[in-house]
Ligand binder design. Structure first.
Ligand SMILES: Cc1cc2nc3c(=O)[nH]c(=O)nc-3n(C[C@H](O)[C@H](O)[C@H](O)COP(=O)(O)OP(=O)(O)OC[C@H]3O[C@@H](n4cnc5c(N)ncnc54)[C@H](O)[C@@H]3O)c2cc1C
Ligand SMILES: Cc1cc2nc3c(=O)[nH]c(=O)nc-3n(C[C@H](O)[C@H](O)[C@H](O)COP(=O)(O)O)c2cc1C
Length: 580
């Protein structure tokens, strides 16, 4: 069902609630609701609530999701839908809002958990996750549960968080009624099958007659690729100077007709193609040159760079290669694959492969997400992206990130690219009168360009403060003119910059936050929202730590008390992150 539009005559939170309930309701439930409401209207609103047969027996199912980019959240909705059709009454809880006491009273529990960082929980889920893992976690004796784990086999800690939650629920006395499934990026099929199995296992015996069979095989609940649109590149500009050692492309996309509906804070999934030179080298190493159809398929739709432990196992299994088998037997795989790609495996342990084997060593090429750097209210039917070309060297070989180099090296003005909006309702702007502090070094600044444009277009009265950082002022000041204009016209109230390579001592955004700590705390005390976007590995953690120290210093608090202040900001959803 299409969601209730934001223009509906309800408050934003009410629209969210309605979408949760109505959006996942079965056709029977929606028909009942429509009839009920029509009846209320026909009787002038006086109709008493109908005690007729309840739409579902009161057999609850608690669904908890731990999500960063929305996949687990979407699957939680799919589970709720399937559960309703089977006569259960689902309640969906974002792990960000989870109180562990809700689990003790749950009879049936499903957790969908993604893994982020290097084997870490999604940022919003950290607090509840730590509580669950901590000594104070309550017993869950008898709670029937199942865990669906989301991840990416390219990461060493594949599905680590789902695995840990699954183990923990069992250790706390929970009864696993369906085995965990660990999903890779192409999760739609496996997740849909798991949902089907899980719901069947969770239905209480007395609901037998009410079970509605759901054919997940025919139409995966998490069916991807529904809203991919083609866009034309109308601007393609490297925002770094020619003397920078970085290349960061500003890409303006135009759509035929209206731009897909996006809001500040949303991202675009971009469907890239592989570097033909890399694919040629791969096919040569595999002894598969001369097959143009295969070459085209591998350029367009296979992930030809990722090397996971699973790939190595498949290679050993399919080829019987003695050295690869030895690598596995010696427990050396994890170490060997670090910093290497599929090409290294085939070039180091060469053996002639057929097309089917090479296909089995690869997975579908996944899109890459890019924060949208524009507001439709300012740019109309366009969407802007800010993309940094990923280039590095490892094991003596020059490497290039697939999508960022597709954009930097092969997309040109006038060319076309496929994209899809990935909405992020957890990283939106607050009410126009609220102040915002934005911390976005490097490409992390992209969504804040959208925020500033939106605030200008809506004449928002709240103040806006941007912390930006990069390597050098002269060569790496991304969107410098935009910020200058915004400071002039008032869309941006303040800006602090940190250029790490302009001074002998490296200065980063967290140092600037520390320098300005009194005012940062003052803004937050007056209700400001604090946003962080960009690097998850170091920056986001350093910024949070700087804010904790800022509170301790400004308010003379203990480290524990200032940690609590920041944790409260997170709970209040005034400390928001979109990091990668
Ligand atoms: C919600 C979200 C928003 C994002 N927004 C933006 C944005 O606005 N702009 C932007 O540029 N990116 C953004 N990204 C990141 C983007 O999605 C891609 O991950 C990035 O562009 C790299 O993709 P790629 O295909 O070029 O590289 P890939 O082919 O995916 O290669 C990247 C991989 O290469 C390896 N690698 C990279 N550097 C090194 C190194 N130095 N040493 C060893 N190994 C290395 C790592 O394994 C890394 O995972 C965002 C990501 C998310 C999840
Ligand atoms: C920056 C980043 C880090 C990630 N780290 C891991 C990881 O350590 N292990 C893993 O299995 N998956 C990892 N993933 C993959 C995500 O778990 C996967 O994309 C998942 O579908 C996201 O689900 P969500 O949208 O619910 O957050 C990572 C993805 C990104 C973008």
């Amino acid at each position: 069902m299409s969601p209730i539009p934001k223009t509906a005559p309800f408050a934003e939170e009410e629209i969210d609630l309605l979408n949760r309930v109505v959006g996942t309701a079965s056709p029977i439930q929606r028909a009942w609701l429509a009839g009920f409401l029509a009846g209320v209207d026909a009787s002038g609103g006086l109709l008493a609530p109908q005690p007729a047969a309840p739409a579902w027996p009161a057999e609850p199912l608690t669904i908890v999701y731990a999500s960063e980019s929305g996949n687990s959240e979407k699957l939680a909705g799919d589970i709720a839908k399937a559960a309703r059709k089977s006569g259960l009454k689902p309640t969906i809880i974002d792990m960000a809002d989870l109180e562990l006491s809700a689990l003790t009273s749950a009879k049936r529990l499903v957790v969908v958990a993604a893994t982020w960082g290097e084997g870490e929980p999604p940022a919003r889920a950290v607090r509840a996750y730590n509580e669950l893992m901590g000594e104070g976690a309550p017993r869950l004796d008898g709670v029937e549960f199942g865990v669906l784990a989301l991840g990416d086999t390219a990461y060493a800690e594949f599905c680590a968080i789902g695995k840990k939650i699954d183990e923990r629920l069992a250790a706390l006395g929970g009864k696993r009624v369906v085995d965990r499934v660990d999903c890779d990026l192409d999760f739609a099929g496996p997740a849909a099958r798991w949902i089907g199995d899980a719901v069947k296992m969770l239905i209480p015996p007395n609901a037998g007659g009410r079970v509605i069979e759901v054919d997940f095989g025919a139409k995966p609940a998490a069916s991807p690729n529904t809203d991919i649109v083609e866009a034309e590149i109308i601007e393609h500009v490297d925002l770094n100077s020619s003397r920078s050692d970085k290349e960061t492309v500003h890409l303006a996309l135009a759509f035929e007709g209206a731009a897909p509906a996006y809001e500040p804070g949303d991202s675009l999934d971009l469907y890239a193609e592989n570097d033909p030179d890399y694919v040629d080298e791969l096919l040569r190493s595999a002894g598969l040159t001369g097959d143009d159809k295969l070459r085209a398929e591998f350029i367009k739709s296979r992930d030809v760079t990722t090397l996971s432990a699973k790939t190595v196992e498949t290679y050993a299994e399919k080829t019987g290669h003695q050295y690869v088998k030895a690598l596995i037997a010696d427990g050396q795989v994890k170490e060997w694959i670090a910093g290497r790609q599929l090409i290294d495996l085939i070039a180091t342990f060469p053996i002639a492969l057929d097309a089917e084997t090479l296909r089995a060593l690869t997975r579908p090429l996944a899109p890459r997400a890019y924060s949208i750097a524009s507001s439709r209210r300012e740019v109309g039917d366009e969407a802007h992206l800010l993309i940094s070309a990923v280039r590095y060297e490892s094991h003596g070989r020059a490497r290039k990130g697939v999508a960022s180099n597709y954009v930097a090296e092969r997309l040109k003005r006038g060319g076309r690219v496929r994209v899809k909006v990935k909405s992020n309702r957890h990283f939106g702007l607050p009410a126009p009168d609220k102040d915002i502090i934005m911390v976005g070094p490097g490409t992390g600044v992209a969504p804040f360009r959208a925020f500033v444009q939106e605030r200008r277009a809506t004449e928002a009265s709240g103040k806006s403060w941007l912390f930006f950082g990069d390597r050098t002022f002269t060569h790496d000041f991304l969107y410098q003119l935009d910020w200058q204009d915004a400071l002039k016209d008032g869309a941006l109230t303040r800006m602090d910059v940190a250029f790490s390579r302009d001074t002998p001592e490296k200065i980063y955004v967290q140092h600037k936050i520390w320098d300005r700590r009194a005012e940062v705390v003052e803004w937050l005390d007056k209700g400001a929202y604090f946003y962080v976007c960009g690097d998850a590995k170091a920056m986001a953690k350093d910024v949070r730590a700087a804010l904790v120290r800022a509170y301790a210093d400004v308010k003379a608090l203990s480290p524990e008390a200032s940690e609590q202040v920041v944790a409260t900001l997170e709970r209040e959803k005034r400390y928001l992150q979109d990091t990668y």
